[in-house]
Design a binder for this molecule. Structure first.
Ligand code: DX5
Ligand code: ZN
Length: 229
């Protein structure tokens, strides 16, 4: 993975057809997705349950590019190796998932994978300053994690702007997760985000049998974001 601040669209397979993950991953990549975003939920850190490492390993051969694994689980450290072995390229853990984020990021980097740090909407960015040398990506949650299809929380745009200033020239991605649409993508792109996760806005109107709408949705979000930079 070579670092670039170009806009990347990362469809979340939380909005995919759950009986067809392999085909859905191939479809979104064929339709222009840059990364594939996998939302891992534990029914404890967030009120929903999704994908274990075995599921990630099963879809890995169906993804040509980047598998971006977002761990919404606590505790998280004990599972990092399993998601690395499953083929994740980026492993993102939440700052709020435990008292030892420094140790967690060390553990992710130790696997050789890129390390991401996610922040819930109510979390400030002060703590990020102390781990900037340990992260490859900062994920700003623009909804409360747990479900797709929620409304974008506008107060997070200022947070993105502050993070972008804090990051400076460091090769750290800013990822936006939650409520990304053609309307909200320009706001976060202008504030300095480069990775846009989108679930419902990418998968709406399409299916594995009719994937062209995925491509139209991805292109529309990308165009709106790029026009704002
Ligand atoms: C929320 C997840 C998101 C979610 C985004 O907990 O982390 O990735 O799937 O879904 P949309 O784009 O529908 O808000
Ligand atoms: Zn996510």
């Amino acid at each position: 993975m070579t670092f670039s601040r170009a806009i990347k669209i990362a469809p979340s397979i939380l909005s995919a057809d759950f009986a067809n993950f392999g085909a859905e991953c191939r479809a979104i990549e064929d339709q222009g997705a840059d990364w594939v975003h996998v939302d891992v939920m534990d029914g404890h850190f967030v009120p929903n349950l999704t994908f274990g490492p075995a599921m990630c390993a099963a879809i890995r051969p169906h993804i040509r590019g980047v598998m971006d694994v977002h761990l919404m689980i606590a505790p998280v450290d004990a599972y990092i190796e399993a998601y690395a072995a499953a083929g994740a390229d980026i492993i993102t853990a939440h700052l709020e998932a435990g008292p030892h984020i420094h140790r967690t990021l060390q553990a992710i980097r130790h696997t050789g994978k890129k390390a991401g740090l996610a922040l819930n909407p109510g979390t400030g960015i002060d703590a990020v300053a102390h781990v900037l040398d340990m992260v490859d990506l900062i994920c700003v949650m623009t909804v409360n994690p747990g479900f797709g299809g929620q409304k974008f929380i506008h107060s997070q745009v200022d947070k993105v702007r502050s993070l972008r200033a804090m990051i400076g020239d460091r090769p750290i991605h800013i990822e936006i997760d939650g409520g990304v649409t053609v309307e909200t993508a320009p706001l976060v792109a202008a504030a300095g985000a480069d990775v846009l996760v989108a679930g419902s806005a990418v998968f709406k109107g399409g299916s594995v049998g009719d994937p062209a709408p995925y491509g139209a949705n991805i292109a529309a979000i990308r165009k709106a974001a790029e026009a704002a930079i």
